[in-house]
Design a protein around this ligand. Structure first.
Ligand code: F3S
Length: 404
């Protein structure tokens, strides 16, 4: 791999131990993927922030990088942590866990990483523009950034994203190269798509079909009449989860779609397939569930406003977590949404989510509108899952009989 003189200096240790280690990680990664060079990045998003995932080994690595003088050179934010950093007690998080989680956050802060912990950085100020090279790690955000914003990112691991932050570079391979961004197969959608759970089900169906085709990972999606920011974040999360996909093109919706002709090999997606996909993610009855959560990926302020509207004057009868980024929560505070939501007994879980928080064993069944949450809540936390449209998730928290 060709390195320019500054990169060679970093690799030789002339800019400190942490920068040297970071450059070693990038050179190793670039060598594996046959990258010719490194490309400068303008934005980084680091995953592997929850102490529940990192453990002592991860904390040790971060401490080593921080003590080695590591400093982020570009705008860098974090994926969700294992707790609401300001209000972890309300979520039943153990003090011992909170102490470790805070050490993780403090280590990042000392490396000049902005400790905004969210999987929707594009809603809270880390917003790349079209064509910008970035190094993000959260799979749903990578898919959204590539597809909806037209930025260029591979799906980074925690260490490689940190390495990109500390050097301002990433190896030029994969999604950074124009020739790798062409659609490979067309999906013609013949189904109604309205709510987040519809788009999540579509992501599952498309993703699973892609998984069964060797060497095909970039879909061109036709027949989606319209899509909101919220439905595209839901689709991105589901497609990345079930298909490992980092980029999709959606006719008349995503910015690169117009550059390509739809590939001739084409698959139709029917209404029946979406109904089956939803049934596969639903294991039980919402009335028997003991946990309700919205915000996978993290909620937009528009979604929080809707929750507040539905909860006005009501009381929840189940543990209900509203997960979002801290800046979005602060807007909710200012608008009075937080007061309305908390008066109902629902809880904000800012900075975290129902998957990365250490809650395995605390609940048995989760009601959500997120196809991605269904996958991880059943896989990681072994919860039963019940997939519902957004408003119905709120009704499940209130208790159907109290909802109307
Ligand atoms: Fe975000 Fe957690 Fe879902 S990180 S995408 S809310 S699993």
């Amino acid at each position: 791999m060709k390195l320019i003189s500054e990169e060679k200096a970093m690799l030789a240790g002339e800019q400190g131990k942490a920068t040297q280690k970071a450059m070693e990680i990038l050179v190793a990664l670039g060598t594996i993927y046959d990258a010719e060079c490194l490309v400068p990045v303008t934005s980084v998003q680091i995953a592997g922030v929850s102490y529940d995932n990192l453990g002592e080994a991860g904390l040790y690595f971060l401490t080593e990088m921080e003590q080695g003088g590591g400093k982020a050179r570009v705008l860098t934010t974090l994926n969700p942590a294992g707790m609401d950093i300001e209000n972890w007690q309300a979520l039943g998080i153990e003090a011992e866990f909170a102490e470790k989680q805070n050490l993780v956050i403090e280590a990042f802060a000392r490396m000049n990483v902005i400790t905004n912990c969210t999987c929707t950085p594009y809603l809270t100020g880390n917003v790349p523009h079209f064509g910008e090279h970035i190094a993000w790690a959260e799979s749903s955000a990578v898919c959204y950034a590539n597809s909806v914003l037209g930025a260029r990112s591979n799906r980074e691991g925690g260490p490689s994203a940190l390495a990109a932050a500390l050097t301002g570079r990433t190896p030029a391979y994969g999604m950074h190269l124009e020739e790798n961004r062409k659609p490979q197969i067309t999906f013609e959608v013949g189904a109604d798509l309205n709510e987040n759970d519809d788009f999540g089900a579509l992501g599952k169906v498309v993703g699973e079909k892609l998984q069964s085709m060797e060497g095909v990972s970039i879909p061109y999606v036709q027949g989606v009449g319209g899509a909101t920011l919220e439905s595209l974040k839901s689709f991105s999360a589901s497609l990345a989860t079930y298909g490992g996909t980092a980029l999709f093109h959606m006719e008349d919706i995503t910015p690169e779609a117009g550059q390509f002709k739809p590939p001739e090999n084409s698959i139709e997606i029917s209404q029946g397939e979406l109904i089956s996909a939803k049934a596969e993610m639903t294991d039980g009855d919402a009335s028997n569930a003991d946990f309700v959560s919205l915000g996978c990926p993290h909620l937009s302020i528009k979604e929080i406003a809707r929750i507040a509207e539905l909860l006005e004057g009501k009381q929840v009868v189940k543990e209900f977590w509203i997960t979002t980024g801290r800046p979005t929560k602060q807007i909710a505070d200012r608008m009075g949404y937080t007061e309305t939501i908390e008066a109902s007994g629902a809880k904000f879980a800012a900075d975290t989510c129902c998957v990365v928080a250490p809650i395995k064993g605390r609940f048995t069944a989760l009601v959500t509108d997120s196809a991605k949450a269904c996958y991880y809540a059943s896989g990681k936390n072994q919860f039963q899952t019940i997939l519902k449209p957004f408003d119905d998730v709120v009704y499940a928290a209130i208790g159907e009989e109290n909802a109307k």
